[in-house]
Design a protein around this ligand. Structure first.
Ligand SMILES: *Cc1c(COP(=O)(O)O)cnc(C)c1O
Ligand code: SF4
Length: 436
């Protein structure tokens, strides 16, 4: 175990050893126990230039981080002089843009494709591979846009694309059709049309503020959007989907949490993929959000060479619950151009899920989801626990490979009287009444 002193010497840090992932690593139960009880990692940045910057006060200013994102090959090279992949990086940039905050760049531990942070952040020529089954909009979001910038695919939920801008452009992004565009934010007129649509559709209970990354918006703009949505009586909950706590955690300021806490019930889903992203800075961001009463969830993407390993996923999920972030979904890569090199077989995700079940607290286990092509929606995939089923009993695969015979009740009829469902009744402000 390495004790990392240095820029974060004031907190207790156990830097853990993450094994590099062999191309086809097997799940075994006799691996050595994970080193380090905490997953909060902190290293000196790889680049001396970045090390110098971390000591300046502006390092902690999110606007400085936004303005100083690495956008060009020469900027990349100025931080990482060993960077010699000009042709590779530059072949991708006209197709898919690059942006890496200095903070996120400081998480790289080696400047090559074996490094998980590098893989997620630095463009590589394989992004241009384009097998025929990859399409720009496999989830058919555009078809489910009744008004521009609003995806209404599930009856009770709607997703609002507020901006095309992100703190970092993830190389595997599913919404590259949005994030490859010039950086722009939603206009007042577009927001007004969206609000009118949601007002007219009382079945919408849950509005997801998404993008791009909505936390790249200024607080006043975000405040205006939240106020407009919160004023709609039938909207029960508002969710924000953001990777900013991971890629630019200094964005989580008191000004922001003071704004967000006025719009409860408000939930945030963030997007950690790898234990090296669990840093003192991201811990502080999540702590501030949780202390503002915001329940935090995490949506990871299963990525080859990043987290397609049960032990890495275990460290990630254990670390997340310590940061009060509940692992929510683990997504199979969507079939979008740019992701081919990140894709894993579905079986790998199921294998990881089966490794975690029973070994980790249920709170630390996400649901493995494939978002079906052609807009088929989210489908959870689980290891097959049912071995046999009849009217009288079910045979189940229990923990440690044990078979369990579960007898069914002799006769079954629900005790509920059909007329009683009270959920869905509205109180005066139109919100769903919570059952007593
Ligand atoms: C994923 C998604 C949601 C939210 O789904 P949950 O399963 O409730 O998290 C809503 N709208 C769209 C378009 C989505 O892709
Ligand atoms: S933060 Fe989200 S929307 Fe932005 S590039 Fe990454 S995955 Fe895509």
């Amino acid at each position: 175990m390495i004790h990392a002193a240095g820029r974060h010497a004031y907190i207790r840090i156990h830097a853990m050893h993450i094994p590099s992932i062999p191309a086809s690593s097997e799940v075994t139960d006799d691996e050595p126990p994970l080193s380090g009880s905490t997953s909060i990692s902190s290293f000196f940045p790889l680049s001396p230039t970045l090390t110098g910057l971390t000591k300046r006060p502006q390092w902690h200013d999110w606007r400085w981080q936004m303005r100083h994102r690495i956008r060009t090959f020469s900027q990349l090279q100025s931080y990482f002089p060993s960077c010699n992949t000009e042709a590779g990086v530059c072949s991708v940039l006209p197709v898919f843009q690059m942006a890496i905050t200095p903070y996120y760049a400081s998480l790289m531990r080696s400047f090559d494709a074996a490094d998980a942070i590098f893989r997620m952040a630095v463009p590589q020529p394989h992004e241009l591979a384009h097998p025929s089954y990859l399409t720009t909009d496999p989830l058919c979001e555009e078809e489910h846009m009744p008004v521009p910038h609003l995806v209404h695919r599930y009856e009770d939920r709607a997703l609002l694309i507020t901006t095309s801008s992100c703190a970092m452009y993830c190389r595997y992004c599913t919404r590259k059709r949005v994030t490859r565009q010039r950086e722009k934010i939603i206009t007042q007129e577009q927001l007004a049309r969206i609000v009118a649509y949601i007002r007219a559709h009382t079945e919408i209970k849950d509005v997801i503020i998404s993008g791009g990354d909505p936390l790249t918006l200024s607080t006043p703009v975000l405040d205006m959007i939240l106020a407009a949505i919160r004023a709609i009586p039938h909207v029960d909950i508002i969710r924000i989907g953001t990777r900013v706590p991971v890629t630019m955690p200094m964005r989580i300021t008191e000004e922001l949490t003071n704004c967000l806490r006025r719009y409860h019930p408000l939930w945030i889903n963030t997007h950690f993929n790898h234990p090296w992203e669990l840093t003192p800075e991201s811990l502080s961001a999540c702590t501030q959000l949780a202390d503002a009463g915001i329940p935090l969830g995490n949506q990871s993407v299963l990525l080859r060479g990043v987290n397609d390993d049960p032990h890495v996923m275990e460290i990630l999920c254990r670390g997340l619950v310590q940061m009060r972030v509940r692992p929510y979904y683990l997504f199979q890569c969507d079939l979008v151009p740019g992701v081919e090199d990140f894709r894993t077989p579905l079986a790998r995700g199921i294998e990881i899920m089966s490794y975690m079940r029973g070994r980790l607290s249920g709170l630390a286990i996400p649901l493995f989801i494939v978002d079906a092509p052609e807009g088929g929606g989210k489908i959870p995939l689980l290891p097959d626990y049912v071995a046999y089923k009849s009217d009288t009993h079910t045979l189940l695969h229990g923990a440690d490979g044990k078979m369990c015979r579960y007898p069914e009740p002799n006769s079954y009829e629900s005790g509920l009287i059909p007329e009683t469902p009270r959920a869905g009744k509205k109180n005066r402000n139109g919100r769903t009444k919570i059952l007593q």
